[in-house]
Design a protein around this ligand. Structure first.
Ligand SMILES: [Zn+2]
Length: 164
């Protein structure tokens, strides 16, 4: 690791610690040449490949933003969103691939979101699966009915769906 001050290539690690709940290692380094100290953060790169081929780093915050929008007006707590984002990250990391297509991130969101809030799930699924007809919604609602024995299906079908 090159010293950012004098550009010398010879630096030594004086301290290493785990950061970001085990997702990263933070190192304190000291330059052998000029003696100045600096920090580096190393983390395994998990890239999301978008439909247009552009890659960007996986971001829990971004997952939360997308889900938060679908949860508008629903009583979903911030820490539930944070937990969901963590679940999504665990799922995509478990795939063992360093590059994840964005639709797989969407897929990883659907399961836990369905458990969290069915209306938010329908909204999110409508965008993610690009529902383009009432029949698509009906099919999804029928699936939810089957999954829950019809108990909570009325509340789901009565809710207007927001497309923003
Ligand atoms: Zn230096």
């Amino acid at each position: 690791m090159r010293c950012p001050f004098c550009k010398n290539d010879d630096t030594k690690v004086i301290d290493s610690r785990v950061a970001d709940e085990g997702q990263a290692i933070r190192r304190r380094r000291s330059c052998v040449e000029c003696g100045r100290r600096f920090s580096t953060v190393e983390s395994a790169v998990l890239a999301v490949v978008k439909r247009n081929g552009v890659t960007e780093p996986f971001s829990r915050e971004k997952v939360m933003r997308g889900v938060r929008r679908a949860c508008q007006g629903r009583h979903v707590a911030e820490d539930a969103l944070a937990k969901l984002a963590q679940q999504v990250e665990d799922t995509v990391r478990a795939s063992g691939s360093a590059e994840i297509p964005s639709n797989e991130v969407g897929l990883a969101i659907l399961g836990p979101l369905r458990d969290l809030d069915e209306v938010a799930y329908l909204r999110f699924a409508s965008v993610y699966r690009s529902f383009d007809s009432v029949e698509d919604f009906q099919r999804e609602i029928d699936d939810l009915r089957t999954a829950h024995g019809g108990v909570r299906a009325e509340a789901v079908s009565a809710e207007p769906v927001q497309s923003s």
